[in-house]
Design a protein around this ligand. Structure first.
Ligand code: AMP
Ligand code: MG
Length: 335
C-alpha cells in the first residue's frame, strides 16, 4: 500500500491533478489553430500555466527543493521592442492561474515559472508541464509528469493523463488517469476527475515475443520507424506498433495493456539525449508496476547526469519478462 500521508506523495498528487485539470480546461476553451508550437500557441499558454502552478505549490510545500523543468519565462517577459503580444499572452497565463492561485500577478507568474530553471541537485523535482505537446495539439495523449529524484534515483513519480481513460484511444470526455509510484510502495492509479479509489497496477505476464504489443512515439521524428520494423521482424512480433505521445505510454505499459516500449534514436538526430523530465516519472511508474527500463544497450538510466540522460542512448522499457529478448532484438538490428 502507498502512504498517502507522506508529504511528498500528498504534494505530488495534488500538484499533478491540479495541473492536469488546468491544462485540460485550457484545451477545452481554446480553438486549436494549427499543429505548430509557435510562441503564442495555446499549448504554450497551457505549458506555462501548468509549470507556474506546480512551481507555486512546490514553493509552498518544499521551499528549499529545486525544480528542474522544461520551460522558462524568457519568452513571456516584455521584449522592449514595442510588441505587446508577450504582455497579452502573459495576461492570459495569469488569468488561468489566478483561478487557483489568487495572488498571481504577471511578475509573480514569471517568477514561479523561472523556479524551474534550477540545476539538478542531490534532491530535486523534475517536471514536464505538458509532455507530448504535439499530442495535446492533436487531441491525442499527453501528460503532466512530475518526479522526485534523490541521489540520482527516482523516488517518486506522478503522471496526470487527461485523455487516458479505459482505452488507448484518446478520450477527451473520459475521467482521465492519475498515477503515482513511490519506490518500494508500488504503482497506483485512480481517475483524474472524480473520487475513485486508488488501484494497484501490474505489468503484463507475456513471455512470447511474437505476441508482444509494442508502443512507440506517435511522432516519427522522435524515433526510427524503419528500425522498429526490423526489430519487430527480428522478434517475430505480429501486431503493428501502437503510436502514442508522451509518458502516457509508461502508464499503458504499467497497466499490462502493452508489453514493450521503444525510444530509438531518430536517424536525423543520432546524438539526441533524453530530457530527464521526459523519462523520470514514467520510469518509476513502470518499475514499481514490475517492469524494467534501460537504455538501448541495457544500461540503467542515469538521472544524475544533468538535465539530460547524457550517459544513455534511447530507451527500452518492458514488462521485465521480455527485456532480454528485446535487447537481443535491438542488437540484431544494430539499433
Ligand atoms: P513522445 O511523445 O514519446 O515522442 O515524447 C515526447 C518528447 O519527446 C517531447 O517532450 C520531447 O522532449 C522529446 N523529443 C523531442 N525531439 C526528440 C527526438 N528527436 N527524439 C526523441 N525524443 C524527442
Ligand atoms: Mg516532454
Amino acid at each position: 500500500m502507498i502512504n498517502y500521508d507522506q508529504p511528498e506523495i500528498d504534494f505530488a498528487l495534488n500538484a499533478v491533478s491540479q495541473a492536469a485539470s488546468l491544462v485540460r480546461h485550457i484545451q477545452s476553451e481554446m480553438v486549436m489553430p494549427s499543429l505548430t508550437k509557435d510562441d503564442l500557441s495555446p499549448v504554450t499558454i497551457a505549458d506555462y500555466a501548468s509549470q507556474a502552478l506546480v512551481a507555486r505549490l512546490l514553493a509552498e510545500a518544499f521551499p528549499n527543493d529545486p525544480l528542474v523543468a522544461e520551460e522558462d519565462a524568457s519568452g513571456l517577459r516584455p521584449s522592449g521592442d514595442g510588441d505587446d503580444r508577450q504582455a497579452e499572452f502573459l495576461e492570459r497565463v495569469t488569468h488561468y492561474i489566478s483561478a487557483l492561485a489568487p495572488e498571481a500577478t504577471p511578475q509573480v507568474v514569471c517568477a514561479w515559472i523561472d523556479r524551474g530553471a534550477a540545476a539538478p541537485a542531490r534532491r530535486f523535482w523534475a517536471l514536464d508541464p505538458i509532455d507530448g505537446t504535439k499530442g495535446f495539439l492533436r487531441g491525442d495523449q499527453y501528460a503532466v509528469a512530475l518526479a522526485l529524484v534523490v541521489d540520482g534515483q527516482v523516488q517518486l513519480g506522478a503522471l496526470g493523463c487527461p485523455n487516458l481513460s479505459d482505452a488507448f484511444r484518446p478520450d477527451p470526455h473520459g475521467p482521465g488517469s492519475l498515477l503515482i509510484a513511490a519506490r518500494g510502495q508500488g504503482t497506483w492509479v485512480t481517475w483524474l476527475e472524480g473520487n475513485g479509489d486508488f488501484e494497484p497496477l501490474h505489468v503484463s505476464k507475456r513471455t512470447d515475443p511474437s505476441l508482444a504489443r509494442l508502443l512507440r512515439s506517435f511522432e516519427s521524428g522522435h524515433t526510427d520507424v524503419d528500425r522498429i520494423v526490423d526489430f519487430s521482424t527480428a522478434l517475430g512480433i505480429r501486431a503493428a506498433p501502437v503510436r502514442m505521445d508522451s509518458q502516457a505510454k509508461y502508464a499503458v505499459l504499467a497497466s499490462g495493456k502493452a508489453d514493450l516500449l521503444l525510444r530509438l534514436l531518430s536517424p536525423a538526430r543520432p546524438d539526441y539525449r533524453e530530457k530527464i523530465w521526459d523519462q523520470a516519472a514514467g520510469a518509476l511508474i513502470l518499475e514499481e508496476a514490475g517492469g524494467k527500463i534501460t537504455d538501448l544497450e541495457g544500461k540503467p538510466l542515469d538521472f544524475a547526469a544533468g538535465r539530460t540522460l547524457a550517459n544513455n542512448r534511447g530507451v527500452l522499457a518492458s514488462n521485465g519478462l521480455l527485456h532480454s529478448a528485446a535487447l537481443n532484438g535491438l542488437h540484431a538490428v544494430h539499433a
